[in-house]
Design a binder for this molecule. Sequence first.
Ligand code: ZN
Length: 1044
Amino acid sequence: MAFCYAKLNKVNLEVWHLHFHPSVSFLFGGRLLTMPPSSHSRRRRSIVDDDQSSNSYADEAPTKSGDVESVKRDNSDDSYQNLRKHFTARNLFLYLGLTFVIMMFLIGGFITLAMYLSQNIEYVDLTEACEDIFGKSDNHLAAEKHATEAYEELNATKAILDTKGPYDIPALLTFNHPDLVLSGDDVGVDQYLPTNIYPYHYSVKLRIHMPVNDNDKFKVSGQVRIEFNVTETSKRIYFNIRNINILKANDWKFRKLTVEKGAHSEVRYVEVPEVMKVGTKYFIDLNFTSHADSGMEGIYLSRYLDSSGRVHYTASTQFESMNARRLFPCLDEPYYRSSFTFVVEHPPSYDAYSNMPNMSRTLVEGGQFAQTTFAPLPNSPTYILALLITDDYAVRSTKTKDGTEIRMLARNEFIDDTKIALESAVDALEWFNKNFQIKYSLPKLDIAGIYSFEAGAMENYGLTTYRETCLFLNTKYSTSENEVSSRTVIIHEFLHQWFGNLVTPLDWSQTFMSEGFARFFEKYALSAITGGKEAYSMELAKNIVPIMLIDAKPVHPNDYVFDSALELRHNFDGITYNRAAAVFNMIRGIVGDDIFFAALRSYLSANKNGHAHWRKLAHALQKLSNPIMDRRWSLGTAWPIPIWYRVSSDPDKLKFVMTEPGKDLIITVAHEDDLIFVNSENHGFYIVNYEGQLFDKVRDALIRFDFLDDAVTRFQVDACPLFLTGAVSPLRYYESLNVFYKAKKLVAPPAKHCQETINDFVKDSDIGTLFREHLLELLRDKNEPEMHDRISSVATNFYLDMAEQFEIEQFVSELSCKNNPWTCTAEESHKFENHVLSCQPNDQTANCVRLKPAERALAYCQGIKTQNKKYYDHLVKLFISSRNPFEDTKLMEGLTCAQDSTIISKLFTLITTQNDHINKADRLRHFYSLYGSNPKLVRQLFIRNVNQILNDFPSSANGFLKTALISKTETDYLEVVQLLHDNHALRNRFAHVFRDILNDSRYFIEIKQKIAPKVIQYFKEVHEAKVIAAASNPELCETFGSCI
Ligand SMILES: [Zn+2]
């Protein structure tokens, strides 16, 4: 799964600190919060195991003479505080952001299901029906062969995992929060199924009743035969359902079975009359109806208008993580890989698409339905199955060099805008085919734009699905940032065809083995495909600050075992994606590209059609990598930190050394004045603290040496977290920004990331304007070549540079408007009058408003800010008639700039109630926009309506709650605590979400209390100094407005 990321173009800076998607909150929300608290017990457990902590390092490094630098490793608990007391000015310390060595292995924790409540069902003999549907299927031979292979693969996997080893560290997290004792539906329910059977083939027949008009119900009914192997002698067959009624059930002898409820609400079982024997194959048949809800999980509808104003309904699926069980009864865990045959009946005016190509289409029931039969899908877990039923899609098709068909499926109106996406898809597939040396395994690969789609995209096997904004590109409405986003998201989903689909996480704790690689390859492959040597590490470095900020919070280890569906949603966060990607990149740095790719190939080929587990990759790496890697990483009891460094007297030479656990690392240098630049290549995922005077010395050296661009970048990256934790003072930090700026060596992205966090702390204080002024000074000259030079002096790749440039420009124009509201409003509302008012609701504003796409949101926003009701009414009409997903967002961003409380209440109602005007995929995003404009009022409205909103939009609950309730002040925090106290039902239902909300709020508030006063003090002093200087220089008087 991926989250297609397009930044809101809103003037109000608040918006920068909000989440875009419930699951994306940590991913891009790094700026939201915060830095390490004083205690890191949770993370530490994820870094070192218990044996290791007794093996801790000596306190003081032996720094005996001027020609020796010491590098120490810390594995203590209170990272910064503890580390800092060990310092001497000559020491560097490495702050290890995380480690991947902790591989606690908690497979399953299989539940013992309590049996209660039987559900009687009507008995109908399915013999005839089943023969008719599934008959003497040719697929059975293949399916049975697969069954044997799957069984062997599982045994092999178990053999590796059963070996007692260093990775087996039972590091279950505790999330006890003083203000919240977790209890309720979403806590501690182990949902994994018993493993007494292993399905090898599903035959699924579905009848899909598409609505003809808005009053029609969307209904699905079906039959499934599940064929399985028995792995433990038993009489029970467990499976998952959700919102499904089972009408009939029978066993392989067509005996009626009774469906019973399991211990968890989504588990059912049937008990067969005889004991099933190990190694024998059986099947059950189930008839059912499934109930689609209004959300975007399972099978669901998108509703939209075409250019002629006609309503269309599209049915599509989103199964990850646990939603295949909403369409048909199945063993819905990544552990179970089976083959599948789908037969789908739908209205004849519709077309059906699935993971595999369709084999036949015939009319049935006297032409009332068309029946589409798909080729069998050979080997897949349930979460990447997919269906798409549509009557308004065009198809564009092309082929890769080695003959795989790639098809673009998109709304007719937009198919011409998918050309770039289709081209970049071919590039991506060919690149992966070549570099993994395992050809993509299915005959075709579809790319489908879905009108209402919750995440950014989904890697369904052979039928990848996307938000339309990830695929449609047209200079009339999209920006260069959208193009980069499109390319990276397609690469992400295509990468999953190997990491995720070909080799599937053994269970949800191994999600990082798919998502970490997908995130890693997004930019690595883009750089490789489009040119840009060694771009990846640099790119990662420039944007790593938010990841480090996330990692600084108490977070789960990479392979944390989630115990409920709601909590599992949290697994799709910055830890699982970005931190894992950074760690994989560190591994690449250690072993080098050749060995890294060789290990990936060997891992993929050894486990294809099987299961992913970190240990399996570790084995592949050990076989191929150097002795250090082999010895240390296989033992895994203590993790040697890889250190890359350059010495100032020989800066061209990159040196590498591994720390020896338990020992200080002594690096001998040739000259007394030599300085060491650590991690300049950006492979290491840790922060280097150049303490005290050393910070200034290294900084000055970096200014002096022209050839150390990478080290310059890395130093500026590390400076930010050091500043935010108080290790480096505001004076020192801002002085260094200024020095780099003057030397034209300021690296904009880390500076921007850091200042966004600071802005959150100080924007409401009396230095808010001064602070923004300072930022503008650093970043403003967007149109000057120098600015671009500064960005591209650490050049990575054309596309990545372009996106970066765009992002900084947007940031600057927002800052500018914030500080000069009158000028900005006047200019922009002029644009509104000239360009927007003339557009009529029937026009598409993307065509009608003759402003650049990046300018339009600002013009809409400033028009509304003039508080002219007429403007508002006009813009609402344009919004309601819009058919363009890009423009929808821009228009709503504009609308939510309204300052008037009546208008905000109206918009609140529009956004938080069911209606046809809002694309449900954008509801949360619109809510973020609205909240950003007027947090106080929107928060109050939300709290007043919280039960209704969460009931209407349960799958967006996470995002709504986090947007509205993560608190930036003590008062707001206490309000949330009070809400939990008063509303037990809410607390119990969303306990895990509230745990995050309370944790995030507290860390934000704590860090703010620690850092904000120092920053405020610093800016006041700087300002005073300037005013005093101005007093003796009349020319400067005007700048400051007053002279003393
Ligand atoms: Zn993904």
